[in-house]
Design a binder for this molecule. Structure first.
Ligand SMILES: NC(=O)c1ccc[n+]([C@@H]2O[C@H](COP(=O)([O-])OP(=O)(O)OC[C@H]3O[C@@H](n4cnc5c(N)ncnc54)[C@H](OP(=O)(O)O)[C@@H]3O)[C@@H](O)[C@H]2O)c1
Length: 258
């Protein structure tokens, strides 16, 4: 049986990419949710045969998994609705606060819930090897630099935040106490600082570099998404994966281990 999914933000950049990736993966997209202001335009842009609704409840009875790439309030509302009907839920939305991620964790007591701020395989592997590098290169300066397209809403990117949180955790320090977001004026580096920098320009699908350096050497770990397709493929894989999982909170590491 083909898996049936619904997409939150179906007319958005990621939403449209997921429609295409699902078809290639043998997953049926029943339709999606758009804001009431944009449902008509969205119907036109996603093509015939897909149901575009402004009430998630109208779609949930017809789907097996809901995949959301909307906004912070959008994804929280959709997660709550899925928890009520018992529909497995995937979110790739970035910019959620720690409390908001905790709320998703709470909803994962009711449904299988998958959350990843970056759905690419490459970034998940970097996240898993990064603690080793950071621990061995104790005392090296660390800076995270990310570049994204001009339309991106949140900065730094969710991926940059995931990288920085991973670095801070490996050093057993809190990120808020050690992060420096950009520099201006007289701003010498203090020991243990984690520099985080966001570049916004053009159409970049997402680029992240972790720079580790002391006075003698530099290591750069770089990842470049060549298109959004890589994230869309990851999101469809995540949907397939949680469709058959028990209730709980899942991340990319669970998908890779699977
Ligand atoms: N995890 C990953 O791998 C990954 C990769 C890329 C992007 N992202 C994240 O995914 C999110 C979406 O990115 P994007 O570039 O696709 O953005 P986008 O092009 O702006 O698409 C978002 C879509 O969601 C719709 N929307 C917003 N609020 C909604 C609501 N309450 N109910 C229903 N639909 C709603 C928007 O409709 P309107 O046009 O009507 O506002 C729009 O079509 C961002 O948080 C981004 O950072 C994650």
């Amino acid at each position: 049986v083909r898996l049936r999914i619904g997409i939150g933000g179906i007319g958005g950049r990621m939403g449209r990419e997921i429609v295409a990736a699902a078809g290639d993966a043998g997953v049926t997209v029943v339709g999606g949710v758009a804001r009431s202001e944009t449902t008509n335009a969205t119907r036109g842009s996603v093509g015939a045969g897909l149901r575009v609704v402004d009430e998630i409840g109208d779609l949930l009875p017809e789907i097996d998994v809901f995949v959301d790439f909307t906004t912070v309030p959008g994804t929280l509302a959709h997660a709550r609705a899925c928890a009520e009907t018992g529909t497995p839920f995937v979110s790739g939305v970035t910019g959620l606060s720690a409390e908001q991620i905790e709320e998703l964790g709470g909803l994962a007591h009711a449904i299988p819930l998958f959350y990843a701020r970056n759905m690419s395989l490459g970034i998940s592997v970097i996240l898993s090897v990064l603690p080793v590098l950071v621990r061995v290169l104790d005392g090296y300066d660390v800076e995270v630099v990310e570049t994204h397209h001009r339309h991106k809403r949140d900065s730094p990117s969710g991926t940059a935040m995931a990288l920085a949180e991973t670095i801070a955790a490996a050093r057993e320090v809190g990120l808020s106490a050690t992060a420096t977001y950009g520099r201006e004026g007289i701003a010498p580096r203090s020991p243990g600082e984690i520099g985080i920098h966001a570049v916004r320009a053009g159409g970049n699908a997402g680029e992240h570099t972790i720079l580790l350096a002391d006075e003698g050497e530099e290591i750069r770990l770089s990842h470049r998404a060549l298109s959004r397709r890589t994230f869309a493929i990851g999101a469809v894989r995540a949907a397939r994966f949680i469709a058959n999982q028990p209730v709980g909170f899942y991340q990319m590491t669970d998908l890779i281990a699977h």
